[in-house]
Design a protein around this ligand. Structure first.
Ligand SMILES: Cc1cc2nc3c(=O)[nH]c(=O)nc-3n(C[C@H](O)[C@H](O)[C@H](O)COP(=O)(O)O)c2cc1C
Length: 211
C-alpha cells in the first residue's frame, strides 16, 4: 500500500505512523520547576544527536490541558537542566504511571513510588532505580512546522548537552555495557513495547575498533 502522509488516507482503523518509526528509545525526563518541585515523564520522540559533545533531544507533541506546553519542556527551559533516565523492563509499570496527566507541580516520581537520587551536576534528581541516567544542560528548543490539520499538535524539540553520565556497575560486564543485564525497553506502535535483551555483532569491514 501507499498513502499520502498529509492526507493520512491509509484506510486503516489506527494511524500506522508510530508503528513504522520503531523501535524508539524512551527518554524518561526528570526536571524541576523554579520552586524545585520534581517532574518525571516518558518521551519516545527522544534520541541522541551527536557524540562530541554528547547531545540529546526530546520532542513535545501537543499541549497539556490548559498549560502552555508539557511540563518537561516548561521546566527544562525555565531552569536550563534535565535528566534522561533510561527505562528498563523492570520499570515499565512505574514508567506508565508517570505519563499520567497531573497538574503542574505534582511529583510523578513520588506518584510512581520511585526513589529520587541526587544528580551530580544538575538540580533535577535522577531515578535511582534506573541503571542509566544522563545529566543534561538545556541548549535550545526548535519549533517545528504546524500541520494545518492539527495545529494543536505542533511539536517543539528540546535539545540538551549531556554533562554527566551514571551507569550502574551491575550492567557492566568485561568493560562493556551488557544489554542482557541492562534490558532497556523501546516504544513500538499502538500500546506495544519491546525489550532489548539480545545483541548480535556485525562488524564494519573498515572499523578495527570492536571485535
Ligand atoms: C512510552 C511513552 C512515550 C511518550 N512519548 C512522548 C513524546 O515523545 N512526546 C510527547 O509529547 N509525549 C509523549 N508521551 C506522553 C507524555 O509522557 C505525557 O503527555 C506526559 O503527561 C507529559 O508529561 P509532562 O507534562 O510532565 O512533561 C509518551 C508517553 C509514553 C507512555
Amino acid at each position: 500500500m501507499f498513502y499520502d502522509a498529509a492526507k493520512r488516507d491509509h484506510g486503516l482503523p489506527v494511524d500506522p505512523l508510530k508503528s513504522l518509526i520503531v523501535p524508539r528509545p524512551i527518554g524518561w525526563i526528570s526536571t524541576v520547576d523554579p520552586q524545585g518541585r520534581v517532574n518525571l515523564a516518558p518521551y519516545s520522540f527522544y534520541n541522541g544527536v551527536s557524540e562530541f559533545p554528547p547531545m540529546v533531544y526530546f520532542s513535545i507533541t501537543g499541549k497539556y490541558g490548559d498549560d502552555p506546553t508539557k511540563h518537561s519542556r516548561m521546566n527544562a527551559e525555565a531552569t536550563g537542566e534535565f535528566v534522561v533516565n533510561i527505562v528498563t523492563e523492570a520499570l515499565k509499570e512505574q514508567m506508565n504511571v508517570t505519563t499520567t496527566m497531573v497538574p503542574y507541580g505534582v511529583d510523578e516520581m513520588q506518584l510512581a513510588g520511585l526513589t529520587a537520587a541526587p544528580s551530580r551536576m544538575v538540580k533535577p534528581p535522577r531515578v535511582a532505580e534506573a541503571p542509566v541516567a544522563l545529566e543534561c544542560r538545556y541548549w535550545r528548543t526548535l519549533e517545528m512546522p504546524v500541520d494545518p490539520a492539527r495545529p494543536d499538535m505542533q511539536a517543539f524539540v528540546v535539545f540538551g548537552t549531556v554533562v554527566g553520565i551514571h551507569i550502574d556497575d551491575a550492567i557492566i560486564k568485561n568493560g562493556r555495557v551488557d544489554v542482557a543485564a541492562f534490558r532497556p525497553i523501546a516504544r513500538l506502535g499502538y500500546s506495544e513495547y519491546a525489550t532489548v535483551e539480545k545483541a548480535w555483532p556485525l562488524r564494519r569491514p573498515d572499523d578495527p575498533r570492536f571485535s
